[in-house]
Design a protein around this ligand. Sequence first.
Ligand SMILES: *Cc1c(COP(=O)(O)O)cnc(C)c1O
Length: 406
Amino acid sequence: MPTSSISGSREIPPTAGLPLHFADLLARRQGDFPSAVAAFLGVPEAAVECSGTACLVVILKTLQRLSGRSTVVVPAYTCPLVVFAVAHCGLRLKVCDVAPGSLELCPQTLENLCDADTLAVIPTHLGGRVAAIDPIVAIARRHGAFVVEDAAQALGARDRGATVGLAGDAAFFSLAAGKGLSLYEGGIWIARDPALRAELARTSAETISSRPLMEIRRCLELLGYAAFYRPRPLRHVYGAPLRRALGRGDPVAAAGDVFSPAIPLHRVSGWRQSVGRAGLARLPRFQAALKQRALARLPHLSRLPGVKVFGDGDGATGTWPLFMLLMPHQGVRDAVLAELWGAGLGLARMFAHALPDYDYLRPWVAPQDCPNARDFAAHSLTLSNSLWLDDTRFDFVLRALERHLR
Ligand SMILES: *Cc1c(COP(=O)(O)O)cnc(C)c1O
């Protein structure tokens, strides 16, 4: 069957975001969104900012004030916005390679990068998977550095029964479009230590002001998200620009990796928070449905010859916005992408490159070797776990993968 007839007029989003209901937009349960998020996470307190990046800015500025150090170590395979948050704070960036065949910081490389100026290390929980934070904390502590968990893609992921983000000093989650629960743009930060939470709240109060025009724009964008985040409209608002980017051979735009260093910082209105509160009420059931779907599909993906599918280690319960696959070699990965990225079936890439390989990051990221992150960028692909990816479509993708791997 040709790809066009299987995708029809629908577009499966690359990640399983929570669709909004019309009623969410009318719910007036203002103000208690942060406490509802805290209850969902099982922590005493959580705070809302206008993006995950804004949370990271608040966290880094706070740590900077507490320690006076100025270098931040980030993984070589992560969201370019992390680089801009570090730059926004006037801090120095060091890029640490990931471990071979892994999404996680390489402990040995990290050990060699840390020194007396290391303010913080930022390990990442990518794609809902739970990274091992304890080894990173051990290294950071030896050097007197903080650990900030980037859980942008892992709201709801748990490690040994507790939310991710409590093994290090502070953490943030993203509420951007497509990252699960969404305010169109938004973020949540948490911290284990009450004294640090007070410092973070102080930074937020002192540095983030309300910008009504920016917030009105976000309100309109959230309305657009509510209206268009479903398979038919996504064909136009997500699929069409994606296929244009692929057509001109621009994987960075196709992966949605084009960002600006100008980070909007402003307060999130009560209305957007009340929409978040309404969506949050459905999140546990939604995530349970995604998990059930993922557990049913994982065995099929794991049987693909030579393919590594990322899952949960001991004690970890991740979330399932998507499946992350590592292909046996770049040729087959590229062949699969050539056929299916842009086919409307939820097959895509996470980040297009390792951080040093984005042209537009050149002013902030020094050229350097990070072979494992490069390898990961060249071998990996993602498959959506959206509930809209029905069995017919999933089987079609599975058959295509099998064909390419023969
Ligand atoms: C999306 C993302 C961010 C930034 O979050 P925003 O809410 O988009 O600002 C940071 N880190 C990772 C790994 C991400 O995926």
